[in-house]
Design a protein around this ligand. Structure first.
Ligand code: AMP
Ligand code: ZN
Length: 403
């Protein structure tokens, strides 16, 4: 990899190989975590080199070194592979895809964007989010006997470490901080803010991080509750989880939030039980939008959302078929159609059974699997497919959302 040219704002680096478009997209997206001095990395049209845009004052050699290491890893790890499509559905709404859904929802007063990856919503957006959540919960109860539960939004660092999250996604973690239990530090903080314009944060040395985090994957808080249990017949749990992922500058409306909601389903038991649940889950997710089965779509034969259930992008996941993704067509900001990952179906083997100490009927660490549906992404996909004219929405849903 050679550095071709250097000027104040930009350097060009060769990639070790030509990458496919998906890897190119990942390189651009994840580049926000490479260095605070990098404004962004843009893959050039030939996909064999990149432009690294630097912020003023950057140490070019040092930043280029980080960028090179990053590009080496990305180009190697995420080699392209064939996407295996399990189920694909044709869209029946013949109207155009709706561009600018986020802006449209805000204009109508149905959504408020706080600007940092959090949204408030009400009206048809809230009704649709609830419908998706409740309907999937009902289907899971019918198919797997899954009982509804509740788990906290905070999780301790030891649990995340045990779940392997710091190994796989150190960039997405959020630690919580408190002002130290010290009368002077507390007084300083109080006085500083009593008549300030805008918040004045305590200095670093007055913030105490004790290892509480915001939960970054819906299923994690479930595993500590299984410790010491035996799952002879297999069990399924389902709940609505609140999930937080630090996405840095990649936040973007309902598409990429810092705080979002996931309808989660976890299976625990023998390998056969978990694999059979996974096999059953694919058509159930498909069922979730069948007109005669799914209240969202009514009996009018309309087929509002959805699209493709495909293998996920990471090569090893595809090879071992441990992760499948549910993709729904939506629009990029430039109007081109993209496949939005709205859910995932995962097999974990006995990883969590071993780490958290719960067994199957044979006394071996139990296997687990999970299905997570990203509620806000489904809402975004549905509005992209049906737009804002309520007459385009299936009749039964129309009444529920807009009536
Ligand atoms: P994962 O555990 O990564 O498979 O995520 C589960 C689901 O959460 C994904 O399929 C998405 O639908 C949704 N999701 C993941 N990240 C975000 C995000 N930053 N904003 C909104 N939804 C997300
Ligand atoms: Zn999960």
């Amino acid at each position: 990899m050679n550095k071709h040219s250097t000027d104040f704002n930009q350097i060009v680096l060769d990639l070790p190989r030509q990458v496919d478009t998906e890897v190119a997209g990942d390189i651009e997206k994840e580049s926000v975590f490479v260095s605070p001095w990098i404004e962004r990395i843009k893959v050039n049209e030939d996909r064999s080199s990149v432009n690294v845009e630097l912020r003023p004052g950057a140490n070019v050699e040092e930043v280029a070194g980080k960028a090179r290491r990053y590009l080496d890893v990305m180009a190697k790890q995420l080699s392209g592979f064939e996407i295996k499509v399990f189920i694909e559905t044709k869209r029946k709404d013949t109207g155009p895809y709706q561009l600018g859904v986020n802006e449209g929802l805000i204009e109508r007063g149905w959504m408020h964007d706080y600007g940092k990856g959090q949204v408030a919503y009400s009206g048809p957006v809230l009704k649709l989010a609830r419908l998706i959540n409740e309907r999937s919960g009902e289907l899971y109860a019918q198919a797997f006997g899954a009982k509804d539960g509740h788990f906290p939004a905070m999780v301790d660092a030891d649990t995340l470490q045990k779940c392997g999250y710091f190994d796989s996604h150190p960039n997405a973690v959020t630690f919580l901080g408190n002002v130290v239990e010290d009368i002077d530090a507390l007084e300083e903080f109080r006085v500083a803010n009593s008549c300030s314009e805008g918040a004045i944060l305590p200095p670093h040395e007055h913030i105490h991080v004790d290892g509480m985090c915001l939960n970054p994957a819906a299923c994690f808080p479930c595993y500590p509750t299984l410790t010491g249990k035996t799952f002879a017949d297999g069990a399924a749990y389902s709940w609505l989880g609140r999930v937080f992922r630090y996405e840095s500058r990649n936040i973007n409306g309902l598409d990429r939030l810092y705080e979002f909601n996931v309808r989660e389903l976890v299976f625990v038991g023998s390998e056969d039980y978990v694999r059979s649940c996974r096999a059953k889950a694919l058509p159930i997710v498909e069922d979730a939008r069948q007109p005669d089965r799914h209240r969202l779509h009514g009996a009018d034969g309309d087929d509002p959302f959805f699209a493709t259930v495909s293998a996920a992008k990471k090569f090893w996941q595809a090879a071992q078929e441990v992760k499948n993704e549910i993709k729904i067509p939506a629009l990029s900001s430039d109007g081109s159609v993209k496949q939005l990952a709205c859910g995932s179906i995962n097999l974990h083997g006995n990883f969590f059974g071993k780490r958290f100490g719960f067994n199957d009927g044979a006394g071996e660490p139990a296997q687990t699997g999970c299905v997570g549906l990203g509620i806000e992404r489904w809402v975004l996909a549905a509005f992209t497919q049906h737009g804002f004219d309520e007459r385009r929405w299936p009749e039964s849903v129309r009444e529920k959302l807009f009536g």
